[in-house]
Design a protein around this ligand. Structure first.
Ligand code: 26V
Length: 796
């Protein structure tokens, strides 16, 4: 496909689809015209992929997730189609800058963080591996809120992403379903019949997901809620103008907005309705496709693998069973056997406050028929496993436990890193693990190297291709071939040059956005993720204060210049996390204004961290901060992206850090902190924080400065609560890990001061990151959970 034909197609779309002239077209018009021209080139592989699966009568994966944190799609599509150069040339011929159009696309922020971004990486890898798959999610009208800072404090504004045209969501008029809610269950002819009192309509928006090489595309089907009853003209004509639109408003509220709190579960009716809306639409769609392809319901497990991304779609089991029993007359025993064979459940967190439990009165009122089925499942499980302890169950203390429900309705349950899976077995579901040995398996997370290396880091990608040849993007283990080159000074030099290019870009961007002057030769130390106590941004900023004081006390001690960069959002209702944000911003004001330290230390916290910002920050990072309290971070996936882009980790033995350390080697990782077992033991000592503070002069000094109001001169007691929590309520062990962290940061300084040593470490991080491709993860799911034979693509 030459750029000339692409140019023709762009102009054709501009003229005939958008009704614009080249002279009158805006940046958004050009962006949409280019996207449509690329989209045209996805349609044929998309239709062909579907035809192939139908013809082969094969099995498909259905990935159910309340979140898909996609980001932008234009550059991703161009790269996977192999058309990025053509697109650049075509736009240049039309007097437009390709990069500028890429930037004009709003992020699709249909997710909170790691769980949603993982779903997006999985969709891309499944397309790359030609694994037949549908993703099912919700087309939220408003994605994750836009973050601002006012006087250092987080503000939230709606993310009105659909106010700009979205060329990627195709309306699929044939796919629509009625989703029932509430009402009552009556008995007719000895069978239960659900008479719902509310219904909404689910309409499909299909996003094509093209794999690397452009030969295969899968569908991400996002549901929009629409009213089943049309606008009430009678009420409107009576003068009730608001009431006339009420049903419409109610129905649409189901796909209005993404829940922004991924830290603490709240039993909100709207959230439960959203979960059932997604799940019921997906299950109805799956059954309709299965029957349309001429199969019988007993054959379902041969053609359908349903993966539940956390418990949010865990109503999938009961909903599938309801349809099999109530609509198709199947018996309970057969229905649950089929459900189990089809379903798999991925657990993404151990934090008790994030585990979903629904009050039975709420669950029973929204989903009365499902409440009966859940009780039946619970009884059946007890009868088939009479040794089940009395305190274990799907329904306990007037609550439906969604983790247990997902577990007993699935044939496989998986954790997302080796350590996490171990803890799922030992701490989360020990009794169910004993009753069902072998059901819990590990699938360590991964990330797509197309977006997270090839697309976001052209400088390093170019060097890799020049060094080991093309094709590593779909066979990431080949990065190992870089290792012998790491011994060559010329390669290390080129590696350093690529990193420096990215750092210059980031410095310029931060200068423009934040008005801070940044030295591209300083160490860029980056912590980007949701703001949460267990992730310990507080530990990082307290260490930064200690560093600031140490530099001031001894300015000529040969300090390594540093820029400490933060990015991330707090849940709107998470007071403690919001206080940490304000504290970081307050510290930044004081440190960045200090003439004594100004060439040696800067703190920057650009607002509204999102996928696109991650794509800027990660390629420019020198040091990756992965400092959660051991046992709390299920996996982490940002950690993998930094590693791929040549940033060594400073981190604890938590989540996938353990496996990163194993791959990269102890000498290329700045390890610190208590282990999971030591954390548990440490908490046994009620004075753990006090003792740690008393043993560390730097920590005492830092806390003293904070108490004195050095970072809040207009309100000296602003952070007394924060300091008090470190002394007396330090559940996440900031104090106990502080000294060890300080030591590791010193080691990182010494390593960075020796550029040759640092470059070697950085390059080895990239060379040894192959394991963390999500292609490897998806192959694992295909073999161990979905029973689909992986193709040999990328393993040649
Ligand atoms: C929970 C809730 C509670 C109800 C309201 C909305 C909501 C949204 C999300 C969550 C669960 C969040 C769990 C999560 O994101 N876990 C992260 O998953 C990543 C991918 O496996 C993993 O890398 C991170 O370590 C883990 O924190």
């Amino acid at each position: 496909m030459s750029h000339a034909s692409l140019t023709d197609d762009i102009l054709r779309h501009l003229t005939f689809t958008l009704a614009q002239t080249p002279e009158g077209a805006s940046r958004q018009d050009w962006r949409v015209a280019l996207s449509l021209a690329l989209r045209d080139r996805i349609l044929v592989p998309w239709f062909e992929a579907d035809a192939k699966v139908r013809a082969a009568g094969g099995k498909r994966v259905y990935y159910l997730s309340m979140e898909f944190l996609i980001g932008r799609l234009l550059d991703d599509a161009a790269i996977n189609l192999g058309l990025q150069d053509d697109a650049r040339r075509a736009m240049a011929a039309l007097g437009q800058d390709y990069a500028d159009l890429v930037e004009a696309e709003p992020d699709a922020a249909l997710g909170n963080g790691g769980l949603g971004r993982l779903a997006a990486c999985f969709m891309e890898s499944m397309a790359t591996l030609e694994c037949p798959a549908f993703g099912y999610g919700i087309m939220y009208e408003y994605g994750l809120f836009k973050q601002g800072f006012k006087d250092g404090q987080q503000t939230e504004a709606p993310d009105d992403w659909l106010s700009r045209p979205n060329p990627w969501g195709l309306v699929h008029p044939a796919a629509h379903y009625i989703i029932p809610f509430k009402g009552e269950v009556v008995t007719e002819n000895d069978r239960p019949v659900w008479r719902p009192s509310e219904t909404v309509r689910a309409e499909a928006r299909d996003v094509p997901v093209i794999g690397w090489g452009g030969t295969w595309a899968n569908t991400l089907r996002l549901w929009r809620a629409e009213p089943t009853t049309p606008f009430d003209l009678t009420r409107f004509n009576r003068g009730d103008h608001v009431g006339g639109a009420e049903a419409e408003m109610q129905a649409r509220s189901l796909s209005r907005v993404l829940y922004p709190d991924d830290t603490s579960y709240q039993g909100k009716e709207l959230r439960l309705k959203q979960e059932f809306f997604l799940t019921s639409a997906a299950i109805q769609d799956i059954l309709a496709r299965h029957l349309a392809e001429g199969h019988t319901l007993n054959d379902l497990p041969d053609h359908v693998a349903i993966q539940m991304n956390d418990t949010h779609p865990a109503i999938a089991g009961p909903e599938l069973m309801r349809l099999l029993m109530d609509d198709h007359g199947m018996e309970f025993a057969d229905a649950i056997a089929i459900a189990q064979k089809c379903l798999g459940y991925t657990n993404h967190t151990l934090l008790p406050e994030a585990l979903e439990r629904w009050a039975t009165y709420l669950f029973g009122s929204v989903l009365p028929r499902h409440m009966q089925i859940v009780e039946q499942i619970n009884q059946w499980h007890l009868q088939t496993h009479p040794t089940r302890p009395h305190y274990v169950g799907v329904v306990k203390h007037h609550e439906v436990r969604m983790g247990e429900l997902a577990f007993v309705t699935s044939h496989k349950v998986n954790g997302v890193s080796a350590l996490h899976t171990d803890l799922v077995k030992k701490n989360l579901f020990p009794e169910l693990e004993a009753l069902h040995p072998g059901r819990i398996v590990n699938q360590t997370n991964g990330v797509t190297p197309r977006r997270w290396l090839r697309m976001c880091n052209p400088a390093l990608s170019g060097l890799i291709t020049d060094t080991i040849g093309a094709g590593w993007e779909a066979d990431l283990d080949r990065l190992r071939e870089l290792e012998p080159h790491v011994e060559h000074r010329s390669f290390r030099h080129a590696f350093g040059a690529a990193k420096r290019t990215n750092k210059v870009h980031l410095s310029n961007w931060l200068g423009a956005e934040m008005g801070v002057k940044i030295d591209p030769d300083a160490m860029f130390d980056v912590q980007i993720k949701r703001i949460h106590e267990y992730k310990r941004q507080l530990l990082n900023i307290l260490e930064t204060v200690a560093r600031w004081k140490a530099i001031r006390d001894n300015p000529n001690a040969g300090w390594v210049p540093r820029v400490t960069i933060f990015g991330g959002k707090s849940a709107p209702g998470y007071t403690v996390a919001k206080e940490v944000i304000r504290f970081i911003n307050d510290v930044a004001v004081v440190i960045n204004a200090d003439p004594v330290t100004r060439d040696l230390l800067k703190v920057v916290f650009p607002p509204d961290y999102n996928v696109s910002m991650a794509e800027r920050l990660i390629p420019a990072a020198d040091l990756s901060e992965q400092i959660s309290t051991a046992g709390k971070e299920a996996s982490g996936t940002g950690n993998m992206k930094f590693m791929m882009n040549g940033a060594p980790t400073i981190g604890t033995l938590d989540g996938a850090n353990v496996e990163i350390l194993q791959e990269v080697g102890r000498e290329n990782f700045f390890l610190f902190g208590l282990t999971t077992e030591e954390v548990a033991a440490r908490r046994e000592n009620p004075d753990h924080a006090k003792e740690a503070i008393e043993a560390s002069q730097p920590l005492q000094d830092v806390l003293q400065m904070v108490v004195e109001g050095r970072f809040s001169p207009d309100q000296p007691d602003r952070y007394h609560g924060l300091v008090n929590r470190v002394w007396y309520h330090d559940y996440f062990l900031v104090a106990s890990d502080f000294a060890s962290y300080l030591e590791a940061q010193g080691e990182a300084d010494r390593a960075f001061a020796d550029p040759d040593r640092w470059l070697r470490m950085a390059a080895l991080n990239t060379a040894r990151s192959g394991f963390f491709s999500s292609d490897r993860t998806i192959r694992g799911y295909m073999t161990d959970i979905w029973d689909i034979a992986p193709t040999t693509r990328g393993t040649a």
